[in-house]
Design a protein around this ligand. Structure first.
Ligand code: SF4
Length: 233
């Protein structure tokens, strides 16, 4: 189970999470990335009942743990409007969060399933679905403004979990840290500042699990380490 929040209350912002002109969450029709807007529009023409917009973060505004994914899946978060909801990656992520006590309610792969995250928030490095699941460097850089603003608004943040290299690199750039000093590898722990730690995991995608690159046990071991980290903090 997750331990109670630190009795000392807010630890302040992680260094590097300086504010700027971005809101913490983009408008669903954010138009800063023309290629992604075109792709959203194409998808909306085909599936008008889907969300088809910039997907907001989901979870506890006072979270100590921030899970950072790559971008919405076209039939997952882009369809449902909630991060990791409705595709295989979400099945594994929410099952793992539930097993470690970071949820209340039951995950039913729908944004109206009543699920709550406890002391945890999920966001994506890029908020709009990219074609072939591959955002361009420019799109990653543009959406980083929202990521930075999201960090700034989490006063109790202690641990980030990067799901995959793009999320890891987004965090490195946001914190003005050299990637060569903090190389991505599954299970790695990086002390980013006195009050903020980053853990890395391979992304919990169907491809990674089908190929054996990531097993549920490997994924769970990272959450075990994070739970222990928060227990100590
Ligand atoms: S990816 Fe981010 S910056 Fe680009 S259009 Fe979507 S919300 Fe806006």
């Amino acid at each position: 189970m997750v331990s109670p929040k630190n009795s000392t209350g807010s630890r302040g912002l992680c260094p590097g999470a300086a504010g700027d002109q971005f809101d913490t969450e983009p408008a669903p029709d954010c138009a800063l990335c023309p290629r992604l807007v075109s792709y959203r529009d194409e998808t909306a023409d085909q599936f008008p009942e889907w969300f088809n917009g910039a997907v907001p973060s989901f979870g506890d505004a006072n979270a100590r743990l921030l899970v950072v994914g790559l971008a919405p899946g076209v039939k997952g978060a882009n369809r449902t409007g909630r991060p990791f909801t409705g595709d295989y990656a979400g099945d594994l992520l929410y099952a793992t969060l539930t097993a470690f006590g970071w949820t209340r309610g039951s995950y039913a792969a729908r944004p109206d399933d009543g699920l709550e995250l406890l002391d945890c928030m999920i966001t994506n490095a890029v908020r709009c679905v990219p074609p072939a699941n591959k955002p361009t460097p420019q799109e990653i850089a543009t959406c980083r403004g929202y990521f930075r603003a999201r960090l700034k608004a989490l006063p109790n943040l202690r641990v980030m979990l990067a799901l995959g290299r793009v999320a890891h690199d987004t965090i490195m750039t946001t914190f003005d840290l050299r990637k060569s000093l903090f190389p991505f590898s599954h299970g790695a722990r990086h002390q980013l500042s006195p009050d903020c730690v980053l853990y890395d995991s391979f992304h919990c995608s169907r491809y990674n699990t089908n190929t054996g690159r990531l097993t549920p046990e490997m994924f769970g071991s990272v959450f075990t380490a994070i739970a222990a980290e928060l227990e100590r903090s």
